[in-house]
Design a protein around this ligand. Structure first.
Ligand code: BDR
Ligand code: CA
Length: 301
């Protein structure tokens, strides 16, 4: 799991860490929503809160490849995990750099052995692919939260945050040809933390459900500052929801390119559907089923 927690990354991590169907081998962190020191701490906080101290966390790249860094405290709070009280986790970061860990692990793996879930700027994955292109063979699939097409952008009129924050890295990852499931704003904006859905989670009355509720309510409060009453979209959690319940999503085969030239369209993703391709662009989700999945994960936790 490569991420930049981030309120919705934290929801994604909760779903993954609490799902026995998934074997989370490592979390790698990147600068994105907040600086690297905070995303790296936040990932470890989530492991501790979810009683998953067995999962190692590796800090990765402290900034994008080429462009000036951008952050998103307006949507995630200064700590990155609005709604939770940050603390220094008991388990330290692993000593290795995330990119070295990716290269070492994937380099020793069988063909297509790993799935990489990527919910932040793609700097770490791109750096690993540039340093050692042979690791692509060990990645069976990428599950990305990235991009936008019909829905338009969320940081510029055309660009989505993760791609805008490191378009050059995103271009490297998409151009690698590794099969990818792409959760863009086209689908994530259709799945939001509406109040009746949060109420169902509140009714579970467990400590972990209350952590989830605090994150979702904080996400809604921040989202509502931009448009009154609008609830926060389930961007990053869509990746894990797809792994656990692909039948609740619809996809269309595409080849995605990224605009890296300076200008109005900097960071825009362009899915070309004319001849298919390695990228499964997710077009729709059943939002109630999505929240039913979160409820079942928390119920069983
Ligand atoms: C993406 O940007 C970040 O702010 C979120 O965590 C998510 O990964 C949505 O555009
Ligand atoms: Ca994220």
């Amino acid at each position: 799991m490569d991420c930049d927690p981030g309120v919705d990354d934290a929801v994604m991590l909760m779903m993954a860490l609490l799902s026995p169907q998934l074997d989370v081998r490592a979390i790698t962190t990147v600068a994105g929503n907040v600086p690297l020191s905070l995303t790296s701490r936040n990932a470890r906080i989530l492991c501790q809160l979810m009683d998953r101290m067995d999962v190692p966390v590796f800090a990765g790249c402290p900034g994008p490849m080429l462009r000036t860094p951008v952050t998103a405290e307006d949507f995630h709070g200064d700590s990155g995990i609005a709604g939770l009280d940050p603390f220094e986790p008991d388990r330290p970061l692993e000593p290795a750099h995330a990119v070295s860990h990716l290269i070492k692990t994937l380099g020793a793996a069988k063909p297509q052995e790993y799935i990489l879930v990527v919910t932040g700027p793609m700097t770490n994955i791109a750096a690993a692919l540039v340093l050692d292109p042979s690791i692509a063979a060990s990645i069976g699939r990428l599950v990305l939260m990235a991009g936008a097409d019909s829905e338009g952008g969320n940081i510029t009129p055309t660009a989505e945050f993760n791609v805008f924050a490191d378009p050059h890295a995103a271009a490297i990852v998409f151009n690698s040809g590794i099969p990818a499931t792409v959760m863009s704003l086209d689908v994530t904006h259709t799945v939001r933390a509406e109040l009746p859905r949060i109420d169902r989670l509140k009714a579970l009355k467990s400590e972990k459900a209350s952590i989830m509720v605090r994150l979702l309510e904080a996400g809604n409060a921040l989202e509502g500052r931009w448009k009154e009453g609008r609830k926060s979209p389930m961007h990053d959690p869509s990746t894990v929801a797809w792994l656990l319940a692909p039948h609740i999503f619809e996809t269309r085969a595409a080849t995605v390119s990224v605009v890296t030239d300076a200008g109005d369209r900097f960071g825009q993703t362009c899915p070309d559907f004319s001849a298919g391709g390695p990228h499964d662009w997710v077009t729709a989700a059943d939002a109630d089923e999505f929240f039913g999945l979160i409820e079942r994960i928390l119920e069983a936790a």
